[in-house]
Design a binder for this molecule. Structure first.
Ligand code: ATP
Ligand code: MG
Length: 374
């Protein structure tokens, strides 16, 4: 699926704008604060029906205006089928979504059009604590495995109930049996979640490794490591048992503190470069390269899962990368089947392939022609 054309009205710093895209590579360049990220946000919003920057839709309406409107025409490369998505929002009202002219639910659109976005915020995946990485893996899990979301919801429900019970009885003498039903549910769904995360991390790692090697001219190795709140058994079948044993082992402490101390809600994963933890040791460029590798791996996994390439949105992707990495990244993007949108403050110089180039200036986008013309 690729985006043929977009119309924006009163979205962020855009007034009225219509842009036709290249089915493969689109490059947007311009000075700071001109509207490059805003455009990627609009594309993302059309495909996912929410922003990757804010949960407040009102912020997306151009200041001084009453509403925003977006329309996108998506097409499949291999057939003639076209999908039109329209989204309108008037502050304080619900957003209106139409799919091929017919009112639709947000989720119908979101399930239809896979997107992978890289924005500088994603570097926090390495820089920040475990919460953000858990969100990442939960989101990927939900999008790439049908039962993951259900398992997660069931787990969270059981966790909430168990925590409530612990809190209510904090410091009191209560029989351990009281917790047994919740322990069972927790271990069941928790183990399912951990298994799926392990397999997802393995797949991500498998796809990320060759890209990372290429990006770094074979100089660096990437690996991912799951960090569990209890020692994982060597045999997969014993996961529930180990989970339960760990829970039981910390029962006294849990009762004192009033919440659950074992389980995937506390787990994390590590990103390692040449065997060293990226969070502690990686340089800016290395961190960016590693996050990019995760994103490129996501593209591959989405491709396999949906049977078609996602849209790939890369915001300010080249900064902090040296010339060689920039060149390799562009070469990779050029070979990729997906439609790609890249922004940057200047035009990359390392590329001679086919692309459409746009200049972004004060909320106006002008097509500067195709790459070959430059
Ligand atoms: P940079 O290179 O610094 O990342 P950019 O081109 O990506 O810049 P954007 O983030 O797209 O810049 O923002 C461009 C401008 O849009 C900013 O000046 C911002 O103040 C403005 N802007 C954001 N939201 C709105 C809004 N709702 N109404 C009007 N202008 C807005
Ligand atoms: Mg920007």
């Amino acid at each position: 699926m690729y985006l043929q054309k977009i119309n924006l009205v009163n979205f962020r710093n855009y007034g009225k704008q219509e842009i036709a895209f290249h089915p493969e590579l689109n490059i947007f360049y311009g000075a700071n604060a001109q509207g490059k990220t805003n455009l990627l946000e609009a594309i993302y919003y059309l495909a996912v029906t929410r922003s990757f920057r804010t949960s407040q839709d009102a912020e997306l309406i151009k200041r001084g205006e009453q509403y925003f409107f977006l329309r996108g025409r998506f097409a499949r490369k291999k057939s003639d089928s076209v999908v039109q998505v329209e989204i309108g929002y008037r502050g304080s009202q619900r957003i209106q979504v139409k799919l091929n002219g017919v009112p639709a639910k947000r989720i119908e659109v979101a399930n239809l059009l896979p997107v992978v976005v890289f924005s500088p915020e994603d570097l926090l995946l390495i820089k920040e604590g475990p919460g953000r990485r858990r969100r990442f893996i939960n989101l990927e899990g939900s999008r790439l495995r049908k039962v993951y979301y259900r398992d997660l919801k069931e787990y969270q429900r059981a966790l909430m109930q168990r925590n409530r019970l612990l809190k209510e009885n904090k410091g009191l003498e209560v029989k351990e049996e009281l917790f047994e039903p919740w322990n069972k549910v927790l271990c069941n769904y928790g183990s399912r979640i951990i298994r799926q995360r392990l397999s997802l991390l393995k797949s991500l790692e498998r796809e990320a490794i060759p890209f990372f090697q290429y990006l770094t001219s074979q100089k660096e190795e990437l690996s991912l490591r799951y960090i569990s709140s209890f020692p994982l058994p060597p045999e997969d079948g014993k996961m529930e048992e180990h989970f339960l044993k760990s829970l039981q082992g910390r029962y006294g402490e849990e009762r004192r503190r009033g919440y659950t101390l074992v389980g995937p809600h506390l787990d994390d994963f590590e990103i390692l470069i040449n065997g060293a933890e990226a969070q502690k040791y990686a340089s800016q460029g290395q961190q960016r390269s590693a996050v990019l590798a995760l994103k490129m791996a996501e593209v591959k996994l989405f491709n396999a899962y949906y049977g078609e390439s996602p849209l790939v949105l890369l915001d300010d992707v080249f900064s902090e990368l040296d010339g060689e990495r920039k060149r390799h990244l562009l070469q990779h993007l050029e070979q990729m089947e997906a439609q790609v949108f890249i922004t940057g403050v200047e035009l990359p110089r390392y590329f001679k392939g086919e692309a459409k180039i746009f200049q972004v200036n004060e909320g106006m986008i002008s097509n500067e022609g195709n790459w070959g013309d430059h």
